[in-house]
Design a binder for this molecule. Structure first.
Ligand code: ADP
Ligand code: MG
Length: 474
């Protein structure tokens, strides 16, 4: 099923007129980003890229994605508390992947010292595509789950208003009224506020750990403003600030600039480029502290591609979520084929299969943020080179999901208007809070639809490939 406008999207001059209206509506609604030219200040801003038209999402799959989110929250939380599972699963990866190894070292170090943190906050986003089966029926397939710095929960709440206006201008008032409201930032802030409250110090602050250059600051401000509205003080700091001014007291309470920090919300720290030796030291200091880290290092490790692949092994989910057969079934239904490339017979077989049929697979390293995966001829080339070396184990292999494309316009500053064949990726935000062993909050918090032209195999909004979208349920 497609959206009614997807078969014949508006043409010139109507398309141009609609795009002008859409861009102004986006600026008014706050679909904002700092510019590439001036990424360090807000004097000059532009709109975050978005689609001219909302894209169709099958309502049954949309509901399925929401229905499984609390299960995924439980699962991630369970993995983060399972040292034996994390150790075994990442053993081969950390031999060859330096970044995962460094995270793992901090994880071990913190456990050896004994956890000071007793309140845990998870904010994740589970991403899916709609795989088109042989008979044309779409199925919900998970691409990955992001357990650190899952973004666009703020800006995505602003696109329904824009798309409503565009549809009205195109004479589709009835369809406009069907676009759902959506506000993940509110849900994320609710989780942060709960963690702050359980930490139990009125004067302590929430610290957003942010990048050196913050183009996507408005998305973060949406969450931040929700906290200010609840009279919770928010500070924004970089790893560098933590290194220079952060300290722990005897009870391992975290202080920066003389302020006690209750919650550290990472919007940075998920790629190797975020770290120099001082930043690694800052990360260790934060992890050792009593402050609620969102995520703690164990939860970051739970979000690695290697963990995702191991979860698909028969029996693994059952062991991680004992006695929760319904959750296990809902989770498993979203899994695509994922394969280990560890050295040995199983890995040899899959490497050969992918080399023979590269268009059926995606080769993924242990990286986040888009633009790292390998496809098609490049996949074949790289696998042929590393197929007999331990380097192979730093990757996993995944079945390629093949959604049905539809036509849309992708609106980006300084980019000519043209129709593209597009595919979409739906993300559901999840939030949970645990105090000791007791889960006190477990919710889904809203959604994000991102759309990209089919000629790009990879890449998110921040990577300049995908754009924000609004689901139109069909
Ligand atoms: P990252 O952590 O870099 O976001 P992802 O696993 O989300 O890694 O992959 C990045 C992008 O690559 C996705 O947004 C999607 O567009 C594409 N992609 C990833 N896995 C698949 C797959 N199995 N089939 C088709 N496309 C995929
Ligand atoms: Mg992704």
């Amino acid at each position: 099923m497609a959206a009614p406008w997807a078969a014949a999207p508006p043409e010139e001059p109507l398309a141009r007129e609609a795009a002008l209206l859409a861009v102004d509506a986006a600026l008014l609604a706050g679909v904002l980003m700092r510019t590439q030219e001036e990424p360090g200040a807000s004097q000059v801003v532009s709109y975050a890229p978005f689609t001219l038209l909302p894209s169709a999402v099958p309502s049954a799959l949309f509901e399925q994605a929401y229905a499984v989110q609390q299960d995924f929250n439980l699962l991630v939380d369970a993995i983060s508390q399972n040292k034996e599972f994390l150790e075994r699963t990442l053993a081969s990866t950390i031999k060859v992947d330096d970044f995962t190894a460094r995270l793992f070292r901090i994880y071990t170090q913190v456990l050896e010292e004994g956890l000071a943190q007793s309140v845990f906050l998870g904010i994740n986003r589970s991403d899916y595509m709609f795989d088109c089966g042989a008979d044309g029926t779409p199925a919900l397939k998970q691409i990955e789950i992001n357990t650190i710095a899952a973004s666009f929960g703020g800006l995505t709440s602003r696109t329904p208003a824009v798309h409503r206006q565009v549809l009205k201008m195109l004479g589709r008032t009835e369809e406009a009224s069907r676009l759902l409201p959506n506000n993940p930032a509110q849900g994320l802030a609710l989780g942060i506020a709960k963690a702050w409250e359980l930490y139990g110090s009125q004067s302590a602050v929430v610290m957003f750990l942010v990048e050196e250059v913050q183009r996507n600051i408005f998305d973060q401000r949406c969450v931040e403003n929700e906290l200010w509205n609840r009279n919770i003080r928010v500070i924004r700091k970089r790893f560098r600030d933590v290194f220079e001014k952060g300290s722990l007291d005897d009870a391992r309470r975290l202080y920066i600039d003389g302020q006690e920090v209750a919650v550290v919300y990472y919007r940075e720290g998920y790629v190797p480029q975020n770290y120099d030796p001082q930043n690694w030291e800052a990360r260790l200091l934060l992890e050792r502290s009593r402050a609620v880290k969102c995520p703690d290092i164990a939860t970051q490790l739970a979000g690695t591609k290697k963990v995702q692949q191991e979860l698909t092994r028969p029996g693994t989910l059952e062991k991680l979520l004992p006695g929760q057969a319904a959750s296990v079934a809902r989770i498993r239904a979203t899994f695509a084929g994922l394969y280990s490339l560890d050295l040995g017979e199983e890995g040899d077989k899959m490497a050969a299969k992918a080399i023979a049929d590269p268009d059926c697979f995606v080769l993924k390293p242990q990286r986040e943020g888009g633009g790292n995966n390998l496809y098609g001829e490049e996949l074949r080339h790289v696998l042929e080179k590393i197929k007999d070396s331990p380097e192979r184990t730093s990757y996993i292999l995944m079945d390629k999901i093949k959604p049905r494309p539809s036509k849309n316009y992708l609106l980006r500053p300084h980019t000519p208007l043209k129709v593209s064949e597009c595919i979409s990726e739906l993300g559901i935000f999840g939030v949970y809070v645990r105090q000791g062993k007791e889960l006190v909050l477990n919710e889904s918090a809203g959604h994000l639809l991102r759309t990209k032209a089919i000629e790009h195999a990879d890449g998110g909004v921040a990577a300049g490939v995908a754009v924000l979208d609004t689901p139109y349920l069909v």
